[in-house]
Design a protein around this ligand. Structure first.
Ligand code: FPP
Length: 238
């Protein structure tokens, strides 16, 4: 792996847990549990390769409309995963961050999140971001309100987004064959490279992650410029 072509921030839309479970004649929640194992495997690989930011779209604002039992199970899984992973965060110097409309989460879950965030706030390795009760439109709306309230000159709009301080994603991965952004980081993905795979999320582990990183490394990013301009800038900065 060419480290100089590693994305700084990888974001993931984890999709296909339900189908993965269905194919095995199991309940959807079984797929979510296996999906949580993929989160773990990808986080480990991110630490191994030196990726700085890894984001997971774990629960969207729209996901609240799922059957109550599934929502409850997902929230429970979230709480258990956070509590179980605290030693791993410590060991691997991981900073844990949750972003989203946290007013919709239970007090108990918010306490667990605060605890893990406070405990890891000084860590300097991988920043692991879990998006919970998040939607891109919600983020832009809440930022616009704060931006307007701050009055001019209010600084950069991005400083008011829930992701302030986190660089925009370089690579967005979506599993299970769906090819859409589904209200994830709408503003932040302006120049993000997209990687789609048919692999279902519970099967997306180290080998698949590596493939996505290799594909990213082979792409040329132009940010609206010509290929020639990019080549000159890249060579000039060496
Ligand atoms: C999408 O599959 C998956 C989700 C909406 C939930 C993802 C959450 C986890 C894996 C929980 C663990 C997360 C962390 C950060 C610990 P789907 O249910 O939409 O699958 P389908 O499209 O096959 O129905």
């Amino acid at each position: 792996m060419d480290k100089s072509r590693l994305p700084r921030h990888v974001a993931v839309i984890m999709d296909g847990n339900g189908r993965w479970a269905g194919l095995r004649g199991k309940e959807r929640v079984y797929g979510h549990h296996e999906g949580a194992e993929s989160v773990r495997a990808c986080s480990e690989y991110a630490v191994e390769t030196g990726i700085e930011y890894l984001s997971f779209f774990a629960f969207s604002e729209e996901n609240w409309k799922r059957p109550e039992a599934e929502v409850t199970e997902l929230m429970h899984l979230m709480a258990v995963s956070i509590l179980n992973e605290r030693p791993t965060f410590r060991k691997n110097n991981i900073r844990f961050v949750v972003i989203g409309n946290r007013s919709r989460l239970s007090d108990a879950l918010n306490r667990d999140i605060d605890l893990a965030m406070e405990e890891t706030s000084g860590n300097t390795g991988l920043t692991l971001v879990v998006f919970l009760s998040y939607s891109g439109k919600w983020d832009i709306e809440q930022a616009a309100l704060k931006f307007a309230a701050a009055g001019a000159p209010a600084g950069r709009f991005g400083d008011y987004l829930a992701t302030a301080g986190i660089p925009d994603p370089d690579l967005l991965i979506r599993t299970s064959g769906e090819q859409r952004i589904s209200n994830f980081m709408l503003w932040q993905c302006a120049y993000t490279e997209f990687y789609f795979t048919d692999v279902l999320w519970p099967d997306f582990r180290k080998t698949e992650f590596r493939k996505a990183l290799e594909e990213y490394a082979s792409r040329e990013r132009r940010f609206g410029k010509t290929g020639e301009q990019v080549t000159i800038e890249t060579n000039g900065s060496k």
